[in-house]
Ligand binder design. Structure first.
Ligand SMILES: [Zn+2]
Length: 243
C-alpha cells in the first residue's frame, strides 16, 4: 500500500489489490480543499479497509469529507462509493456512470463483488465543460470517453499546479486500460487524448499510475501509440469480455 503526499494539498492513496481478492482497486486522490476533502475515485469496496489504513497513515487532520468524483463506473473505481457517502461525501459522476451504478451495477465488475454492494445512487450528475465549485475548490469536467462511455477527466489547480485526473483513459507507457466495456472505442480514446493534449496541465493523475513529471509525455505517448495503431494487440487480447 502506498499513501503519499504528492503536493502540500494533494494526496494519493493506492490500496493495491487486496490479497486473495479477484477484485482490483485503483488510485484514489484526495484534495485538501479550503472547506474539507474532495476525492477523485473511491476504489473497490473490498479495498475500503486498506484505504482507511492508508488514510490514517497519512496523519492529516481529519476534516469533513465533502465530495467524491467517480471517473467512470468500473468497480475498481466506484464500488467504495457508498462508504464515502456514509462518511458524508456527496458522489459526483457523469449521467451515464450514474445510470449504470443505479440500474446495471453488475456491469461494474460482473457478478463477483457487485452483489456485495448492490445498486447505489450518485448525488450529483455532472457534464462536459461544467465547472463545479465544491469545498472552495473549482474543478472542470472534461468528458473523455473511449475506455468506456461516461468517462470523465477533471482539471483543477492545486498549490499552483494544474492537475489532470484521467481515470483509465490511458495507462503508463501509452497502453490502454480494459478494452472490453460497452462503448469501448480506441478511436474515442485517441480523440479524448487529443482533447486533453490541448489543455494545460503539470501533473497527470490516472487510475493506476500518476506522473508528477513528464505528464504531457504520458498523453503524447498514448496519442503516438493510437496513431500508429499499436493498441491493436491489446484490443484483441484476452481481457475483452464485455461488461
Ligand atoms: Zn476502468
Amino acid at each position: 500500500m502506498q499513501a503519499v503526499r504528492l503536493l502540500p494539498h494533494l494526496f494519493l492513496v493506492n490500496s493495491l489489490t487486496p490479497e486473495g481478492s479477484p477484485l482490483p482497486t485503483c488510485y484514489s486522490y484526495a484534495l485538501d480543499a479550503p472547506a474539507g476533502f474532495v476525492f477523485i475515485d473511491c476504489g473497490s469496496h473490498r479495498a475500503w479497509p486498506l484505504f482507511l489504513e492508508g488514510w490514517k497513515r497519512l496523519q492529516i487532520e481529519d476534516r469533513p469529507w465533502i465530495a467524491a468524483f467517480l471517473t467512470h463506473y468500473h468497480g475498481d473505481h466506484s464500488l467504495a462509493g457508498p462508504a464515502f457517502q456514509a462518511r458524508g461525501a456527496r458522489l459526483y459522476a457523469h449521467p451515464y456512470t450514474a445510470e449504470v451504478l443505479a440500474t446495471q451495477i453488475e456491469r461494474a465488475f460482473g457478478p463477483i463483488g457487485t452483489d456485495e454492494v448492490g445498486p447505489f445512487s450518485v448525488d450529483v450528475r455532472v457534464q462536459d465543460g461544467e465547472r463545479v465549485a465544491v469545498a472552495g475548490q473549482e474543478l472542470e469536467m472534461v468528458y473523455t470517453p473511449g475506455h468506456t462511455l461516461g468517462c470523465l477527466s477533471l482539471l483543477t489547480t492545486v498549490d499552483g499546479r494544474r492537475c489532470l485526473f484521467t481515470g483509465d483513459l490511458i495507462l503508463d507507457r501509452g497502453r490502454l486500460g480494459f478494452c472490453g466495456s460497452h462503448g469501448f472505442s480506441a478511436q474515442s480514446v485517441l480523440a479524448s487524448l487529443q482533447k486533453c493534449a490541448r489543455r494545460d496541465f503539470d501533473l497527470l493523475l490516472g487510475g493506476h499510475h500518476c506522473a508528477t513529471r513528464g505528464a504531457r509525455a504520458c498523453i503524447e505517448r498514448g496519442i503516438a501509440r493510437g496513431e500508429k495503431d499499436l493498441w491493436a494487440s491489446q484490443i484483441a487480447g484476452p481481457r475483452t469480455k464485455r461488461r
